[in-house]
Design a protein around this ligand. Structure first.
Ligand SMILES: NC(=O)C1=CN([C@@H]2O[C@H](COP(=O)(O)OP(=O)(O)OC[C@H]3O[C@@H](n4cnc5c(N)ncnc54)[C@H](O)[C@@H]3O)[C@@H](O)[C@H]2O)C=CC1
Ligand SMILES: O=C(O)C(=O)Cc1ccc(O)cc1
Length: 294
């Protein structure tokens, strides 16, 4: 389907996309660029990319599909660097975890070529980063949210849907703002809490001793605290308004539970735990929404 993928950011998400595209027979050649030459070199050694490019611009030369898979704050500079080679026939996508910022960055950077850009967020990933963890199956069976702009070209949007469907993903669309509000609640806040949880324990004199005693519940709750610092620094800042609003709601809910504990209000405490327990027991990842919502 495509001749050449230009991959900018040869890490977990970009590397996995390259492997998945090759495995599905959707691309003949992958030309990759990452900020550090040793990463690009490693990506070639691992067979994730076929050719190393010395710059983002040269990774795009001759490409008919481009994936930008860098920390979200690097999106604007990356798109600016490639703008002169972007054509209306080229499909450019990102995989960034935030979308309002990315869309604004794309408008500023690509200007009259912004129609080629289809903002994308695959709802998959891991707490490990880097090309060593790239996995051809990472996207299989997962959701991908597209947040097209008014100027997104219908042909490029249709191509984006076709690519993700061919990789086994379920594709849906929403506005960048609705996307950021939802993912502040179900992705960015859980990461924030996991980071805070780890630091709140290690900040105590006996923190290391406590950690040595922790079991599977702690492991499950904190797995995502091991995520990449640069990637998550950018996400927390990029979606800070929505995330701070979610953090305030969380703190209010925590206070309600603490109050019931302080008052010894057995019934209120049990009711709150029952609500959480039943909701979590029935929740399934990626299940279609059945009732209310925005
Ligand atoms: N890790 C995850 O689970 C998920 C991450 N994402 C998004 O995917 C994007 C990439 O994240 P990962 O692949 O996890 O990170 P990663 O750290 O594995 O890969 C990022 C790569 O980009 C390179 N890079 C950084 N700045 C660059 C620049 N200015 N120019 C070129 N290359 C640059 C890094 O050297 C690295 O190779 C981020 O925007 C993140 O929000 C989206 C869904 C899931
Ligand atoms: O590791 C996990 O389970 C994740 O939740 C990964 C993840 C990280 C960032 C995203 O934007 C989407 C998914």
């Amino acid at each position: 389907m495509f001749e050449q993928l230009g991959l900018i950011g040869c890490g977990l998400m970009g590397g996995s996309f390259a492997l998945a595209m090759k495995k599905a027979g959707l691309v003949k050649r992958v030309v990759g660029y990452s900020k550090s030459p040793s990463t690009t070199d490693r990506a070639r050694q691992l067979g994730v990319i076929d050719v190393e490019a010395p710059s983002a611009l040269l990774a795009v030369a001759g490409a008919d599909i481009v994936l930008v898979a860098v920390p979200v704050a690097a999106t604007e500079a990356t798109l600016k660097a490639i703008r002169h080679l972007v054509t209306p026939n080229m499909l450019i996508m990102d995989v960034g975890s935030t979308k309002a910022d990315v869309v604004q960055a794309a408008r500023r950077a690509l200007r009259d070529q912004v129609g080629s850009f289809v903002p994308a967020h695959p709802i998959t990933g891991r707490e490990v980063s880097g090309v060593e963890h790239a996995d051809a199956e990472l996207y299989t069976g997962r959701q991908v949210i597209l947040t097209p702009m008014d100027r997104t070209l219908p042909e490029q949007f249709a191509k984006a849907e076709t690519v993700w469907n061919a990789l086994g993903c379920r594709v849906s669309n929403m506005s960048p703002e609705s996307h950021d509000a939802a993912f502040a609640a179900v992705s960015h806040l859980p990461h924030l809490l996991a980071f805070a949880m780890m630091n709140s324990i290690t900040g105590q004199a006996e923190g290391d001793d406590f950690l040595s005693l922790a079991g599977p519940g702690f492991r499950d709750f904190t797995r995502i605290a091991a995520s990449d610092p640069k990637v998550w620094r950018d996400i927390l800042l990029s979606n800070r308004e929505e995330l701070l609003a979610q953090s305030r709601l969380f703190q209010q809910t925590l206070q309600n539970i603490e109050q019931a504990m302080q008052k010894g209000d057995t019934q209120a405490l049990e009711d709150m735990i029952t609500l959480a327990s039943e909701t979590r027991a029935h929740w399934r990842m990626g299940a279609q929404r059945t009732s209310k919502g925005r």
